[in-house]
Every structure is written in structure tokens, then in C-alpha cells.
Design a protein around this ligand. Structure first.
Ligand code: FES
Length: 130
């Protein structure tokens, strides 16, 4: 019996939106010091909505599935709603994770939040220069 849900296995074997965005509007980087896994999230923003999300990851199967699911959840959302995506939302989207893998969802949620914060910081600093 597999410890992962069908959705986790689908995202892991066929990750969605992997890659980079050359002219990203925001970039978020996050690592897990306990396991050494690392995630970099790129976002494009149009009219206060996330138009694209991509990511690079060095991580376990659960973290890859979480990053993939996170992109599908975030694309099309306005920035406020995207910022509110939690670890639990991602776990629920994947129909659950084994208890010892729950923490892997934190990378995806935090990486997205950091990318959005990076976007706002760039936006504010460019506004201040005008
Ligand atoms: Fe490190 Fe999954 S074991 S994020």
C-alpha cells in the first residue's frame, strides 16, 4: 500500500508549472533547515492577480507535489487570496499527506508568500522613486 494519495502521486510524477520565470515580478526562497530541502518560487502579477507561478525545487516527493499543487491553486487568484493559501489548504488539495510529511507543505505555502512579499517590496520601492 502506498503512503501517498493518488493526487500526491500524480503531482509528483507529473509536476505542474516547474521551471523559472525570467522577468518574474516576485521571487520567494525558502529552505527547511531540518531536511535541507529548498524551494524558489517565481510569480508574475497582472492587475493584482497572479498570472503565472513557476518554481525550482530540491526536495522530497511530498514537497514536489506540494509545490506543484500550490501553483495550480495560486494561478488566477488575487494577491490577497493567494497570500492566504496555507499549509493545510495544500494538504487538503492533495487529499492529505502522511503525518511525518505534513511539514513539507510549509515550503510551498511560505515560498509563495515570500514571492508575493517580494513583489510588494519591489512595487513600493519603485513607487518611492517616482
Ligand atoms: Fe524536506 Fe519534505 S522532507 S520538505
Amino acid at each position: 500500500m502506498n503512503i501517498y494519495s493518488k493526487k500526491v502521486l500524480q503531482h509528483f510524477s507529473n509536476p505542474k508549472n516547474a521551471g523559472t520565470i525570467e522577468d518574474a515580478d516576485g521571487i520567494g526562497e525558502i529552505g527547511d533547515p531540518n531536511c535541507g530541502d529548498f524551494l524558489r518560487v517565481f510569480i508574475k502579477v497582472v492587475d493584482n492577480h497572479i498570472s503565472d507561478v513557476k518554481y525550482q525545487i530540491r526536495g522530497c516527493p511530498a514537497s514536489i507535489a506540494c509545490a506543484s499543487a500550490m501553483t495550480e491553486m495560486a494561478i488566477g487568484k488575487n494577491l490577497d487570496d493567494a497570500m492566504m493559501i496555507t499549509d493545510d489548504d495544500i494538504v487538503n488539495e492533495l487529499d492529505g499527506l502522511p503525518e511525518f510529511k505534513i511539514h513539507c507543505s510549509a515550503l510551498a505555502a511560505s515560498g509563495l508568500q515570500k514571492a508575493i512579499i517580494d513583489y510588494f517590496e519591489k512595487y513600493i520601492s519603485s513607487s518611492n522613486k517616482k
